[in-house]
Design a binder for this molecule. Structure first.
Ligand code: CA
Length: 244
């Protein structure tokens, strides 16, 4: 197997037991499907599988999973098309984690444009995939179909409205977009350039564009809070941390 990770089973056993999730894996490599079946089942989760894009899309629409793990290069419909179709046709937001080969890494931007929520580059470690799937499932599980939940933070991905606990965050447009980008990437760190790409996707951003908007966001989100949620990762970028 090209993505060997011998510790899958051990790691699965020793992790604290999170709520079981149901994952749909759309992947044409049989060896990878078998590895992922063992990974999810050993950790107490349920995984279903499709070997091509058309079946994967049909299964996801018929019985929406908590997380869709979607290979980019697939026979039939490719991963980007599946993702686009899913976004158009599904009646709820299904979080999508895209798998991509290293030589197709540029496609990750295209993948996000098609509506993927996260991505992993092959070869990847099993525990990393599992952790990303659990994070995706958790932040989509608040009950409201378009709401992202991270600790006490709620962000509506359509309107950009956000609140922390009972306190609504009155955010101007750009800080609200920054918060949504960070919430969609959670728990990952976004680099400055990733963040700029997501906040100004179709425009040339102003110079040093983030500084003042991050200040406004930090004031609104973390002022007076015991545990700040917006964290600067020095030399890398920014991320949100859950406050629970
Ligand atoms: Ca493939």
């Amino acid at each position: 197997m090209p993505y060997a990770c011998m510790a899958w089973h051990d790691r699965g056993m020793t992790m604290p037991a999170p709520e079981p999730i149901r994952v749909l894996v759309v992947e044409d490599e049989r060896g990878l499907r078998l590895g992922l079946a063992a990974l999810f089942e050993t950790a107490g989760h349920r995984a279903d599988f499709a070997a091509d894009g058309r079946n994967g899309l049909a299964l996801a629409l018929a019985d929406p999973p908590d997380v869709l793990v979607l290979d980019l290069g697939l026979p039939g419909l490719d991963g980007l098309t599946v993702c686009r179709e899913l976004r158009e046709r599904a009646d709820r937001r299904i979080p999508v984690l895209m798998l991509t080969a290293r030589d197709a890494l540029d496609d990750k931007l295209e993948g996000f444009a098609a509506g993927a929520d996260d991505y992993l580059v092959k070869p990847f470690a099993g525990p990393e995939l599992l952790a990303r799937c659990l994070a995706l499932a958790q932040r989509h599980r608040s009950g409201a179909p378009n709401e992202i939940a991270i600790g006490s933070l709620r962000v509506d991905r359509r309107t950009g409205d956000a609140r922390r606990g009972d306190r609504p965050l009155e955010l101007p447009r750009i800080p609200a977009r920054i918060l949504l980008a960070l919430a969609e990437a959670w728990p990952r760190t976004l680099t400055r350039s990733e963040l700029v790409d997501r906040v100004w996707p179709h425009e040339v951003p102003p110079s040093d564009p983030l500084r003042s908007h991050l200040y406004v966001l930090r004031q609104a989100l973390d002022r007076g809070a015991e545990r700040p949620m917006l964290v600067t990762v020095h030399g890398v970028g920014f991320k949100l941390v859950a406050d629970d």
